[in-house]
Design a protein around this ligand. Structure first.
Ligand SMILES: [Mg+2]
Length: 169
């Protein structure tokens, strides 16, 4: 079915619900995160304490971390500074090219990584095209960049099908 390319492999409410131990058991050694509305609201410039601690905790568990955002250089690199992940700006999602380059820099093959994001047409599609395990979070808040707002209606329709099929609604 054509919609499947947009479906997550796993849906969670928040990044803090990531099943880190299970992911490790599955052979996932790297996590690739979207920023805007996945780990922080799109209009918040710096990560909070909780997020900084969470990134440190994941790194302590041995995960290699990447921030992969379509947003600009200033936004992405300022946000990543205290997180100390590999940061890729203007990632061009859903094109998986920069995602694949990032994985190479982390020393991982796609099967060893998971994409974590809040959008089906950018994050999930990019992850699937790149061969990653795809984890979707509910968007952190309903404030969005204009371009994202335009896509949300269609996204909701895709996710309605996903939720129904998985008995979640
Ligand atoms: Mg996002």
């Amino acid at each position: 079915m054509i919609l499947e390319r947009f479906f997550p492999d796993l849906y969670i409410q928040s990044i803090y619900d990531l099943p880190l131990a299970e992911l490790k058991e599955m052979g996932i050694r790297g996590l690739v995160f979207d920023i805007d509305n996945t780990v922080a609201p799109f209009d918040v410039a710096d990560p909070d304490e909780k997020l900084i601690d969470f990134f440190a905790q994941m790194q302590d568990m041995g995960f290699r971390l990447c921030i992969l955002s379509n947003n600009n250089k200033e936004r992405v690199h300022r946000f990543n500074k205290p997180l100390k992940a590999l940061a890729i700006h203007k990632a061009g999602k859903p094109n998986p090219r920069k995602m694949k380059q990032a994985l190479k820099r982390l020393g991982l093959v796609p099967q060893e990584a998971a994409m974590v994001g809040d959008q089906v047409f950018t994050d999930m599609w990019c992850g699937h095209r790149g061969g990653l395990y795809c984890i979707m979070t509910a968007p952190i808040c309903d404030r969005d960049q204009l371009i994202t707002k335009v896509k949300r209606g269609a996204e909701r329709k895709v996710m309605q099908v996903y939720f129904k099929r998985n008995g979640m609604i």
